[in-house]
Ligand binder design. Structure first.
Ligand code: 5AD
Ligand code: SF4
Length: 442
């Protein structure tokens, strides 16, 4: 059995996150070990608030580096607040790190380990004999007012780079009655924001068709009707399956937030084809236009991979062009990394490391410039913010997120879980700053 080891820094919230991380790893078939030396997957769940997390982290990572040198198959993952704030810097400073993920990305861990899991052989993860939905697994909620709700598991796509189909199996949708019952129970417990989770939420319900004619838009409407749920998010939709009823539901449901994470992966139609994404650059861009026309003030996030086998400078230029054209509010950028057992790992024309590194740097520059422009445009507006806790960089201030999913650090009094109005007066490429407006959101 493959083994994992999680080291947790910082606060109670991080301890909860570590429980989630462990749950995800166990769902992948890994077992826990209490010493880093015995672990095939080493996870460091970081924090930015406590005393000198970076020096402690540096010491731990030094040890991890030595372990990785001994066994290059080992996967080193850095999660938590520091990873979120310093994602790009972590890779620059610690090139042996395979995966960096923020607290909001724990549900994507399986794919992200794919992003860096050199040599975790397909068989070592295995597909759990009896797959269970996360909802039925014991887990503590990160915050009492936010919850993840799994709507499906597995994936029927065959993206050439991705390990998920191998480790999670075919897509199985959870029944709508069960999902809505869970959302209703969560609302009664004080949850205000739910994030519906699936590898491809847009194909939710397809496997239920034998006895139930439904689709994801209908599920969004059913969740929107639950009293007490103020915000509904979902991740991730596959661009190939974004149909009218889902777009209409996002546009019409008050609780469904104006934020869509729409993985692009590549801007080159040729590479998209080789990735088996089943859409072209043109179809993706047309979808973005349709979404923006239907949903005013829509924020868009994405995932992009650079250095997929066969990617030429010209292909990469197309990715840069799409990123520039679309103007994402946020983007997760990945250096392609071959995963044993996937189609792409066996492809010829693997791109050299230094080319991949050069491309990701150029990509991050465009991503940040466009995101900064998008955030600059929010300055002067009043945004509804769901308060999450103290700011990660200045504990004297508060932190929360807008409906568009942008983190806001702001001055003023409020309790975690409260919805407040914040007047925006500052912007970076990843955050907004402001102060609490006098009016309280309804
Ligand atoms: N290499 C690089 N990035 C990957 N991802 C998944 N597998 C790989 C891989 N082998 C990225 C994709 C996906 C995100 C969750 O992780 O961009 O959308
Ligand atoms: Fe992986 Fe593609 Fe399925 Fe996402 S849609 S989980 S990238 S195979």
């Amino acid at each position: 059995m493959r083994r994992y080891h999680v080291t947790t820094f910082g606060c109670q919230m991080n301890a909860h996150d570590s429980e989630r991380i462990k749950g995800m790893l166990e769902e992948l078939g890994l077992g826990e070990t209490h010493t880093a030396e015995d672990a095939d997957v080493l996870v460091f769940n970081t924090c930015t608030i406590r005393e000198k997390p970076d020096t402690r982290l540096a010491a731990h990572l030094g040890n991890a580096k030595a372990l990785k040198e001994r066994d290059p198959e080992r996967v080193i993952a850095v999660g938590g607040c520091y990873a979120e704030a310093q994602r790009e810097r972590i890779f620059a400073q610690y090139p042996f790190v395979d995966v960096a993920f923020g607290p909001g990305s724990i549900p994507h861990l399986a794919e992200w380990l794919g992003a860096g899991g050199h040599g975790i052989a397909r068989s070592s993860f295995g597909i759990a004999e009896e797959r269970r939905f996360a909802a039925t697994l014991p887990s503590s909620r990160e915050r009492p007012f936010q919850a993840w709700v799994q709507v499906s598991m597995g994936c029927n796509s065959k993206c050439a780079y991705c390990i998920v189909p191998a480790v999670r199996g075919r897509e199985v949708s959870r029944r709508p009655g069960e999902i809505v019952a869970e959302v209703t129970r969560l609302a009664a417990e004080g949850v205000k924001e739910v994030t519906l989770l699936g590898q491809n939420v847009n194909s939710w319900g397809r496997d239920l068709r034998a006895d139930l004619d439904t689709e994801f838009g209908e599920l969004l409407r059913a969740c929107d009707a639950v009293d007490g749920i103020e915000r509904i998010r979902f991740t991730s939709p596959h661009p190939k399956d974004f149909r009218e009823p889902v777009i209409a539901a996002i546009a019409e449901c008050d609780a469904v937030c104006e934020h869509i994470h729409l993985p692009l992966q590549s801007g080159s139609t040729r590479i998209l084809k080789s990735m088996r994404r089943t859409y072209s650059r043109e179809r993706y861009v047309a979808l973005v236009e349709k979404l923006r026309a239907a949903i005013p003030d829509l924020a868009l996030g994405t995932d992009i991979i650079v250095g997929f086998p066969g990617e030429t400078e010209e292909d990469f230029g197309e990715t840069l062009a799409v990123v520039d054209e679309v103007g994402y509010d946020s983007a997760f950028t990945f250096v392609y990394s071959p995963r044993a057992g996937t189609e792409a790992a066996a492809m010829p024309d693997q791109v050299p490391d230094e080319v991949k590194r050069d491309r990701i740097e150029r990509l991050v520059e465009v991503v940040q410039r466009r995101a900064r422009e998008r955030n600059d445009a929010r300055v002067g507006l009043v945004e509804e913010v769901l308060v999450e806790g103290p700011s990660r960089t200045d504990p004297a201030r508060l932190r929360g997120r807008t409906r568009r999913n942008t983190t806001v650090n702001f001055t003023g009094d409020a309790r975690p879980g409260e919805l407040v109005l914040v007047e925006i007066d500052a912007a970076t490429s990843t955050t907004l700053g402001g102060s609490r407006a006098v009016l309280v959101a309804a």
